[in-house]
Design a protein around this ligand. Structure first.
Ligand code: ADP
Ligand code: ZN
Ligand code: ZN
Length: 738
């Protein structure tokens, strides 16, 4: 090995390891390194393993210390990461106080993370050569080569060939051998044939005009009731962006990325829509990433992690249903895709369009304070009118599977009028609790319960199976009570399964479909359910999954049952989430010509949240809620960070967090600006999947001091002896305090 290279430039690598530092290596033998190599991947030895690192810096100052190892090989010719995305990922590492290597591992598609080359994204096509065109007649009529030759008089891409000419490869090779056909690379279409959309109504047009006037970065909150035509505004804005020769990135919640949505985008924009979602293969993901990086992908539509797509020619970022909590990553690097999109939008100097019928309080606050432009769509588009919402007081009413006679009558009436009905219940399974009627025993998850905090198991499969919704633990329902041997074990409460069972017997004349995470594990299951139902009268029973995404023109009645527990939850965000859910479910009804109706069943008909929502609507609720958040110093009026720790025993997480608190106290002594520490304390759910959980909450009215303190302390936490016995994580702007 050549140890005499004169300051050859050492590689400082970000490695996918939970250590807050970069790692020095010499460049691969026979090569040198300069700043132009920043962002390139290299393979390196690490202990007995090999890792893929990314060059984060070049060190030309220090002489190599002895024992420094050589990197094994360059994996990219040119930097894989550069420009805006590279800068934004550094920002994310600083903001989350996470090692850059882990941030990069989160951001890169798994193939690239594992060192695979950037995949080929060329669209290949076949066409006849001049010779082929001239001597078509020499091919025997009706033969496969002749048929293919006739098909290839216009160039056909391989995708089309695969769909329209079965077994095309053999005759294609034969034609190529004789010099009659050739394979050519097609340029990616940058601009498609835009299809006409509906004529925009005045509010939609005003939104488009406002967007066209934006030059550079701005955040626009498109705040429009469900069915007000927000998607039409996105489509028009994307079409404008394509016309300017720019790329558009659209983020949608996991449930929102349906074939229906994609088909609508495809039909309108006339360019290929590159979809990024969790059921895509690793290869397909890497191809979309590469196509975007090469500027071939012009429109990318994806879920949370699509926010890491490179956009060298960016023109617009759209975030649909911006309030959706699925944008927040809940493990590993806990980024918020909406917030990161704003950071990228600013760095790219392009507008970011946030859309929702129920904007998050954070976004409304930003609109109120003038940081976001606020565009409202007050009316439903086309001929649809907003649904009528009514509360059904079920105190003292006889209930069957939690449904009142009035609700059943309303369902009957809606079906008889030829409409479809949605029954929303926020719990899947048959019943949330299994109770012994004789001694009071109930079934708890052994992996998620402590003596003080028992966690019930949900009854599934019409009472045959128990399942924990927190950790997935399953067991058969015991034949008798484990405590008193009584046979009087009874499922208590109602889940979607039990409601489905009841509705199936009561409304035997129509299809009853259940839509929840148990019934729609397969990705296309949801779409198939809807297709099976078609336009005929029928009932959909389901959870959140039903609340968004799919447009059912014939849905005339939405019933909301069993929301009462949500009215009294301790989590400060629960009211906001419940309000959003109710508005979204209500928004499913009456999306087309037929008027819609919403029935809210409750034991608390006078609950202020319900009254405010029904009388005033979401924005009146939100304004009140923001006042309360301000008074109580909750987000968005304060900024939170949550340090979590967990381990197989109860003590070590608390000990780790206590040590962390001491470090933070020390850091706080020489700091200006208030910052408060709460805890450590066991988490609201103190045990989960066999691990004991504790947390330390930090809050500060300003972000600056919070991040300064964390930046000082977090690196030290990695080295704490207490850290060895726990798994810990930091969550900036946590959405879930569990
Ligand atoms: P949102 O995204 O706000 O829920 P959509 O954009 O999906 O609303 O619009 C709801 C329905 O109204 C869709 O069927 C859409 O095609 C239709 N629509 C939207 N804008 C118009 C318009 N200007 N004229 C007629 N129909 C429209
Ligand atoms: Zn018992
Ligand atoms: Zn469990």
């Amino acid at each position: 090995m050549d140890s005499h290279r004169t300051s050859p430039g050492l590689l400082q690598l970000a490695l996918p390891l939970p250590l807050p530092r970069l790692f020095d290596y010499r460049p691969p033998a026979g090569s040198s390194a300069c700043t132009g190599d920043i962002g390139r991947r290299v393979k390196v030895p690490f202990g007995k393993r090999e890792l893929v690192g990314v060059v984060a810096a070049i060190n030309t100052e220090q002489a190599p210390v002895p024992g420094l190892r050589d990197a094994l090989a360059w994996l990219d010719e040119a930097p894989l990461l550069s420009g805006e995305l590279w800068g934004s990922l550094h920002w994310l590492a600083r903001y989350t106080h996470a090692p850059l290597g882990e941030v990069l591992a989160t951001a890169l598609p798994s193939l690239l993370r594992h060192g695979e080359p950037l995949p080929d994204t060329t669209t290949w096509a076949w066409q006849l050569t001049a010779a082929g065109r001239a001597s078509m007649e020499t091919l025997r009529t009706g033969s496969r080569p002749r048929q293919l030759a006739e098909f290839l008089t216009t160039p056909r891409d391989e995708d089309t060939l695969a769909h329209r000419f079965e077994g095309w490869r053999t005759p294609a090779r034969a034609l190529m051998k004789r010099g009659l056909a050739e394979r050519i690379a097609l340029p990616a279409p940058r601009n498609g044939d835009l299809a006409e959309g509906p004529i925009l109504n005045p509010e939609q047009s005003a939104a488009i005009t406002a967007l066209r006037e934006i030059n550079g970065f701005a955040t626009v909150l498109l705040d429009g009731i469900t069915g007000s035509g927000k998607t039409e505004v996105y489509l028009q804005a994307i079409a404008d962006c394509l016309k300017r020769g720019r790329q558009a990135l659209v983020l949608v919640p996991e449930i929102g990325l349906t074939p229906q949505t994609l088909a609508r985008f495809r039909a309108r924009l006339g360019v290929p829509i590159h979809a990024l979602h969790s059921s895509l293969s690793d290869t397909a993901r890497a191809r979309v990433w590469a196509a975007a990086q090469r500027g071939q992908a012009r429109v990318i539509v994806g879920t949370r992690s699509a926010v890491f797509t490179p956009l060298p020619e960016a023109g617009l970022i759209v975030i649909d249903e911006e309030h959706d909590t699925s944008y927040k990553q809940q493990d590993g690097i806990r980024y918020h895709a909406r917030d990161f999109a704003l950071v990228r939008g600013k760095a790219l100097d392009i507008p970011v369009l946030l859309g929702s019928a129920t904007p998050s309080l954070e976004s409304l606050h930003n609109a109120n304070t003038g940081r976001y432009q606020h565009l409202r769509l007050h009316q439903r588009a086309g001929s649809a009118t907003p649904p009528e919402v009514r509360i059904l007081d079920i105190r003292k009413r006889p209930l069957d599977a939690g449904l009142s006679p009035e609700l059943m009558a309303a369902i009957r009436a809606a079906l008889d009028a030829g409409g479809q009905v949605l029954v929303f219940k926020n719990r899947r399974g048959y019943a949330p609790v299994l109770l012994c009627h004789d001694c009071g025993w109930s079934a708890h998850c052994p992996r998620c319960s402590t003596p003080e905090h028992p966690s019930p198991m949900t009854v599934h499969s019409a009472g045959r199976r128990l399942q924990c919704h927190h950790c997935g633990y399953r067991q058969p329902v015991p034949p008798a009570c484990p405590d008193c041997a009584s046979l009087a074990l009874e499922p208590q409460g109602n889940g979607t399964e039990r409601i489905e069972e009841l509705l199936t017997t009561r409304f035997a004349d129509v299809p009853v479909l259940r839509i929840d995470r148990s019934s729609t594990r397969r990705k296309d299951a949801l779409e198939q359910h809807f297709a099976a139902l078609g336009e005929r009268p029928g009932i959909l029973v389901g959870t959140q999954m039903l609340a968004k995404g799919h447009d059912l023109p014939n849905l005339t009645l939405a019933c909301v049952v069993g929301i009462d527990e949500g009215l009294f939850s301790a989590d400060f965000r629960s009211r906001e989430k419940l309000a959003q859910l109710l508005i979204q479910v209500a928004g499913r009804a009456g999306r087309a010509e037929r008027a819609g109706k919403v029935l809210l069943q409750t034991h608390h008909p006078d609950h202020p949240l319900l009254l405010t929502l029904i009388d005033g609507g979401y924005h009146v609720f939100a304004a009140e809620e923001l006042r309360e958040r301000a008074a109580a110093s909750f987000p968005p009026f304060t900024h939170l960070a949550l340090l979590r720790a967990q381990g197989p025993h109860a003590e070590p997480p608390m000990r780790f967090l206590t040590a962390a608190r001491e470090h933070l106290r020390t850091a706080l002594q020489n700091m200006r600006g208030p910052l408060h520490l709460h805890g450590p304390a066991p988490a609201p759910m103190p045990k989960r999947a066999g691990l004991y959980r504790a947390q330390l909450l930090l809050d500060a009215p300003r972000r600056g001091p919070l991040h300064i303190a964390l930046a000082q302390v977090i690196p030290a936490l990695h080295a704490l002896p207490e850290a060895r016995r726990v798994r810990w994580s930091l969550d900036i702007d946590p959405v879930d305090l569990y």
